[in-house]
Design a protein around this ligand. Structure first.
Ligand SMILES: [Fe+2]
Length: 164
């Protein structure tokens, strides 16, 4: 695609995020199944519903920009999810697996936070305040999820350390 302006760059990154979110939608149910700790399962379930909302917000943004969401497969997210799949195939103690799932999910969240932070800033610079507000909402939810995962890891990593 043409990459002549900051708006072009923003749309390119938004397509990347659209692909990333849809990959996460497919990966999260597998992570929910694999998780053992009820609070971790619930956390993933909550984020699955939030992720559906993130896709809806991106749809709204593409409409506002009169642009298509098509055309990109986010290779960064593909790699992060592939790493998570490898982990899930391991024959691990349930508590160790939970600790690993938290780590995998935090890789996902940090990748998204970087992407949303960029597009939020581009949209502000371009004077697209409605778009910026929508992106900020998603960014806030990704950050809150990351913090929740950090809290959960405090208990779960201790249990994992005692396993075996
Ligand atoms: Fe998301």
């Amino acid at each position: 695609m043409e990459m002549q302006s900051l708006q072009d760059l923003m749309i390119d990154e938004l397509r990347d995020l659209y692909s990333a979110e849809n990959q996460i939608l497919k990966a999260l149910p597998k992570m929910i199944k694999k998780a053992t700790a009820p609070e971790l399962k619930q956390g993933f379930e909550k984020h699955l519903r939030e992720t559906e909302g993130h896709v809806e917000r991106l749809d709204k943004i593409f409409q506002q920009l009169d642009a298509s969401h098509r055309g990109k497969k986010c290779k960064g997210m593909e790699g992060i999810i592939e790493d998570g799949k490898e982990l899930m195939e391991e024959d691990a103690d349930p508590e160790v697996m939970d600790a690993g799932l938290i780590g995998a999910a935090q890789h996902v969240e940090h990748y998204e936070m970087a992407g949303y932070g960029c597009v939020r800033t581009y949209s502000e610079l371009l004077g697209l305040s409605d778009v910026a507000k929508l992106l900020q909402k998603t960014l806030d939810e990704e950050k809150a999820t990351d913090q929740k995962l950090t809290e959960l890891s405090r208990q779960i990593n201790v249990k994992a350390e005692k396993a075996a």
